[in-house]
Design a protein around this ligand. Structure first.
Ligand code: PBE
Length: 266
């Protein structure tokens, strides 16, 4: 029985996610910059389809290479590893940052205060993600987390006066991490009296919506690298409120049983 290389077994394919994601741009660059990846392809997909491909391969102990990120429930469910990236294409640690439209502070100071104070840990985010992955509705998982973490939530709502049904629009992309964070922030804003609408978009339109004032804010900007292009394009029309999570990461991810440690081993 011939033993095919990892490249042959995965058919020279990396399983990606939505085209607008920063991790897709980084991976396109990796295919250019790593000589051993010259003949490889990045498959456009969705976060959900990528996760189900991963699950299928994992159950059969077959090799698979995905565009991956942390925080993400997949690291709780499967034994996975990041491939080393000696060329530093995926950067170092990332932070997830909050951005709001210009004028929000004057128009809706309570929402601004909550968005400004929203800050949690990768473990907090992962807890919500795991609940959703196990079948909970995102809004219910968010409410449950809020109930169990009232001390943290109290820090975020400190100094924010109750409102009376004013509307707030939050935009996000259907990445598991951002489904979790956006639902949590949305529920916290509802708890002080806002009527919250969550608007799901692709990455570029998400930044554009806040820049144009079509949405009030978002908690989904990955920096310094992942969304650098979008920040270049829209940054001067956005108000940045800083990190809401530190210790995020992106890269190429494989199950631990795949015999490669570095992108250069592929
Ligand atoms: N992600 C999750 C996004 C940011 C959040 C890493 C898939 C991206 O690559 O743009």
């Amino acid at each position: 029985k011939s033993k095919d290389s990892i490249a042959e077994q995965v058919n020279y394919k990396i399983i990606g996610i939505e085209p607008g994601a920063g991790i897709m741009k980084a991976t396109a660059k990796a295919l250019e910059d790593y000589d051993n990846l010259a003949d490889w392809k990045l498959v456009e997909s969705s976060s959900a389809a990528m996760a189900s491909e991963l699950q299928k391969a994992y159950e059969k102990k077959e090799p698979i290479i995905i565009t991956g990120w942390t925080p993400h429930w997949k690291f709780a469910k499967f034994d996975l590893k990041y491939l080393e990236d000696p060329k530093g294409i995926y950067g170092e640690e990332e932070t997830i940052e909050t951005f709001v439209r210009q004028g929000l502070k004057d128009d809706e100071p309570s929402a601004y205060t909550v968005l400004d104070q929203f800050y949690w840990t990768p473990d907090d985010m992962a807890a919500v993600m795991v609940e959703i992955q196990e079948g909970a509705d995102p809004a219910e998982a968010a409410s449950k987390w809020i109930e169990e973490n009232s001390d943290k939530v109290a820090e975020w709502t400190k100094g924010a006066d109750e409102v009376d049904g004013e509307k707030i629009k939050l935009t996000y992309v259907a990445w598991d991490s951002e489904i979790a964070s956006t639902n949590v922030v949305g529920k916290v804003l509802e708890s002080i009296g806002y009527k919250v609408e969550l608007i799901q978009l692709e990455a570029g339109p998400m930044f554009a919506a806040v820049a144009q004032g079509d949405a009030d804010g978002m908690v989904a900007g990955w920096l310094p690298l992942t969304h650098a292009d979008y920040l270049d394009e829209y940054g001067d029309k956005l108000e940045g409120l800083g990190a809401n999570l530190e210790g995020a990461k992106t890269g190429l991810v494989v199950p631990a049983y795949v015999e490669a440690d570095s992108i250069e081993d592929l």
